[in-house]
Design a protein around this ligand. Structure first.
Ligand code: PNS
Length: 160
């Protein structure tokens, strides 16, 4: 049983994330989408909101589980018995940061391998930050996130 973890902040989940989840679910027996519960980061969505959004969007993918974690990724990977970390690489600008995290995780837990999937070309510009920025100025985010997520993001900026 090969279990991989796809960690991230997912604030909010985008089409780019969903593309990586779908593609990696074909490569491993089980994918655990690990949503980082980082209390020091001022997130737009609560941890429960982020987990529930991804659960809803992946409900038809039987080998995809969604969970939250706190603290170090290596500790969480050990706890759930995951041997692979999945990360998406959009452009060379992601590379330095991703390489550093992958290497530090590998030093801490040598059995944990990080595998990078190159983001599909049509999502290579996309990030949760872009979604939040666009939505904060009233921009149309329907090309960035699934239809169910659009009103949830827009609602956040209405009450802010
Ligand atoms: O979607 P993001 O915010 O780019 O995801 C970053 C994430 C969650 C993968 C990374 O910040 C992480 O693993 N954080 C947990 C703490 C940790 O283990 N950090 C790596 C060693 S410094």
């Amino acid at each position: 049983m090969k279990r991989a973890i796809y960690p991230g902040s997912f604030d909010p989940v985008t089409f780019g994330h969903l593309d990586i989840i779908k593609r990696s679910s074909r490569l491993f027996d089980e994918i655990v989408v690990g949503v980082l519960n980082n209390s020091s980061k001022n997130a737009l969505f609560s941890i429960d909101e982020r987990v529930n959004m991804i659960k809803e969007l992946t409900k038809d993918m039987p080998n995809v589980k969604v969970d939250s974690f706190e603290g170090l990724l290596v500790d969480y990977a050990k706890q759930i018995d995951a041997t692979v970390v999945i990360r998406g690489l959009r452009a060379v600008t992601d590379f330095e940061y991703e390489l550093q995290i992958a290497q530090v995780n590998h030093v801490e837990l040598p059995e944990l391998e990080t595998i990078f999937l190159t983001t599909s070309l049509n999502y290579s510009y996309l990030s949760s930050t872009v979604v939040r920025e666009f939505a904060s100025y009233g921009g149309d985010i329907s090309r960035f996130v699934p239809a169910e997520i659009v009103p949830l993001v827009e609602e956040k900026y209405k009450v802010k």
